[in-house]
Design a protein around this ligand. Structure first.
Ligand code: C2E
Ligand code: CA
Ligand code: CA
Ligand code: CA
Length: 278
């Protein structure tokens, strides 16, 4: 038994070492990813439930590394956050989203909106107000066509400073959505304290309906948001049944594989062209 224990310790140390090496490797590859053109955005349509029309999309980052292939954001965003690389990466995401948004708005003359995920680290370690303001100016975009998605992680410390930043950003007309709602700890008090425009129901509360989840929590989140005069969008809507549920409970918008997975900018542009837009 003792030998087995030591053996396990060795295995465990090896595993830690491998993970560390992998992380260091990913970190180095990620450092050059932008300049090597390995990073791009996909767009996932957001659909207005009552009209069935697309109102916009969430921009989702993708990394196709020449050395290690596709790496998904759940894997590299935490590494980017730990190394502050999220600052240049996040800037690139915002810029790329605004550049395309501006092209599409002009070309198709539609009031399209794009939602961009902003990491708490970007708020804590860079001037997001300045970055957003300058990027909107650069592409001559009205603030209201940009939405930023933040998680409650951003609200945990330095509340006063974050509150100020969010207020200035909102004064630009930019919409603010609380992402992954219901998965954290203090979402409720934050909703009251900060001025959000929209709540995003995490797909955890959506995708298991009706098999493992009866929808109670989603329903509560919708009613709560509406009573606070906030819009609600459900993510991870995959089935007709889930769509029906959201519709019956007056959810405003949905996003998920039922309508479309995240698609390339070319494919998203085709959707705009087809006129299934509001
Ligand atoms: P998120 O913000 O909660 O984004 C939703 C995730 O759910 C996306 O995963 C999307 O592809 C996936 N999804 C959408 N519809 C469905 C569905 O019907 N079923 C299922 N099973 N999944 C669905 P993705 O693209 O892998 O992104 C994962 C997370 O990475 C995002 O979660 C977000 O937290 C982060 N992320 C993505 N892009 C960025 C970015 O540009 N900046 C930052 N800071 N984080 C990002
Ligand atoms: Ca999001
Ligand atoms: Ca989520
Ligand atoms: Ca998330």
């Amino acid at each position: 038994a003792k030998e087995l224990g030591e053996y396990n310790v060795v295995i465990y140390e090896q595993k830690l070492r491998d993970e560390y090496l992998q992380e260091v490797n990913i970190e180095n590859l990620l450092r050059r990813a932008i300049e090597r053109g390995e990073i791009y955005l996909n767009y996932q349509p957001q659909v207005h439930l009552k009209s069935g029309k697309i109102v916009g999309a969430e921009a989702l980052i993708r990394w196709n590394s020449k050395e290690i292939g596709m790496v998904y954001p759940n894997k590299f965003i935490p590494i980017a956050e730990n190394t502050d690389m999220i600052i240049p990466i996040g800037k690139w995401v915002l810029e790329e989203a605004c550049k395309n948004l501006s092209l599409w708005r002009e070309k198709y003359n539609k009031d399209i909106t794009i939602a961009v995920n902003i990491s708490p680290v970007q708020f804590k370690k860079s001037d997001m107000y300045k970055t957003i303001k300058e990027t909107l100016q650069k592409y001559a975009l009205p603030g209201h066509c940009l939405e930023i998605e933040i998680t409650e992680g951003v609200l945990i410390d330095n509340i006063y400073d974050i509150q100020k930043q969010l207020k200035s950003i909102r004064d630009l007309g930019v919409k603010i959505a609380m992402d992954d709602f219901g998965t954290g700890y203090s979402s409720l008090s934050y909703l009251r304290r900060f001025n959000f425009d929209k709540v995003k129901i995490d797909r955890e509360f959506v995708q298991d309906y009706p098999e493992k989840e009866d929808g109670t929590l989603a329903e509560i989140i919708i009613n709560l948001s509406h009573s606070l005069k906030l819009k609600v969008i459900a993510e991870g809507v995959e089935t007709e049944e889930q769509l029906q549920f959201m519709s019956q409970n007056s959810c405003d918008e949905v996003q998920g594989y039922f309508y479309s997975p995240p698609v390339s900018k070319e494919e998203f542009e085709k959707m705009i062209e087809k006129g299934i837009f509001i």
